[in-house]
Design a protein around this ligand. Structure first.
Ligand SMILES: NC(=O)c1ccc[n+]([C@@H]2O[C@H](COP(=O)([O-])OP(=O)(O)OC[C@H]3O[C@@H](n4cnc5c(N)ncnc54)[C@H](OP(=O)(O)O)[C@@H]3O)[C@@H](O)[C@H]2O)c1
Length: 296
């Protein structure tokens, strides 16, 4: 019988711990604050930002959004980040991607105070993750670790295959699975668009994390019996409904479910965890900056 992970239920459990952490901070007079900076012009980003705002207020984080006209020069964004870095009420800063083409992404990521970098994308935090001493684990892969734990899946000694090598999902996922700590200790293979014989690699997986951004690319015949499948993909495909589209994952759920012992669907799996882990990192940031211990 395949265990289908319920990402909403796991996210709610993690939020219970987050609320307890916020209570501990509040009892010492600290309200965690998260600032989201929105400069990109696309509708998807605006939706994500408003979802993050709502999630903040649901758990008791003071969420603010700073909107910058996408036509402004990069310096306007730098100044905003500098102000937020200096603001003691703001413990976490998130710059919503993608940015307009004229704004250099790396410069922006490096500008955020690494102690407030709740995405974990500042080079210092990337380096800490790779060297085995993470300060903020990037939200999506950290959420996936929580999903695996919730399903009783211990990666230790397993062959884990990560499809995708992006900076936000694939690479940090591979690093987390590789860490010499609980929740890691896997033997990790990272695949990408230049990988040859992809199905051969995926069939060797005990744990498969699919983050390619290609609708239902992973099919049951690419998997071995008993595999654990985590579908990160969130793809818009045309649909005959009011919106004209629906969301689908990178995995063909029906055929994959025939093979998998555990599967995380999309939507309803990783998605709810990503925002939850952002809240988690904001509480960690507030704890680090205030010196108030929280048990997360
Ligand atoms: N649920 C969530 O919270 C959440 C969060 C983040 C992302 N996502 C979703 O996860 C998916 C991946 O996101 P991302 O930001 O990591 O995407 P990305 O930056 O576009 O990276 C995609 C990766 O997949 C690889 N790839 C593309 N086509 C491939 C193919 N045919 N065979 C093998 N590898 C292939 C690419 O290889 P190259 O490097 O060689 O180009 C790249 O490494 C998207 O659907 C995104 O919407 C969901």
């Amino acid at each position: 019988m395949t265990h289908v992970i319920d990402g909403n239920a796991v996210a709610e459990e993690v939020r219970t711990d987050i609320r307890a952490g916020i209570d501990a901070l509040e009892s010492e007079g600290v309200t965690p604050g998260l600032a989201t900076v929105l400069m990109g012009g696309d509708a998807g980003s605006a939706t994500y930002v408003s979802m993050k705002q709502r999630a903040c207020s649901e758990v008791g984080i003071d969420g603010t959004t700073v909107e910058i006209d996408p036509e402004e020069p990069p310096e306007t964004l730098y100044e905003t980040i500098d102000d937020l870095n200096a603001d003691p009420a703001i413990h976490g800063i998130l710059v919503q991607m993608p940015l307009p083409d004229h704004v250099p992404k790396r410069e922006v990521l490096s500008r955020v105070d690494p102690m407030k970098d709740v995405d974990g994308f500042h080079p210092e935090n990337v380096g800490r993750l790779v060297s085995g001493d993470p300060r903020f684990k990037p939200c999506t892969p950290h959420g996936i670790q929580k999903l695996l734990a919730s399903a009783g899946v211990d990666p230790e000694g397993k062959d884990a295959v990560v499809l995708g090598r992006s900076d936000i999902v694939g690479k940090p996922m591979a690093n987390l699975l590789l860490q010499k700590v609980e929740g890691g200790n896997a033997t990790v293979t990272v695949c990408h668009s230049r990988t040859q014989d992809l199905a051969e690699k995926t069939r060797a997986a005990d744990i498969l994390v699919a983050a390619v951004g290609r609708p239902e690319m992973v099919t049951g015949d690419m998997l071995s019996e008993g595999v654990v499948v985590i579908d990160v993909g969130t793809n818009r495909v045309d649909a005959d409904n009011e919106k004209g589209y629906e969301l689908t994952g990178d995995v063909d759920f029906e055929s994959a479910k025939e093979k998998a012992s555990v599967i995380s669907p999309s939507p309803g799996g990783v998605g709810p965890m990503t925002i939850t882990m952002l809240l988690y990192n904001t509480v960690v940031a507030a704890s680090l900056q205030s010196g108030v211990d929280v048990d997360l």
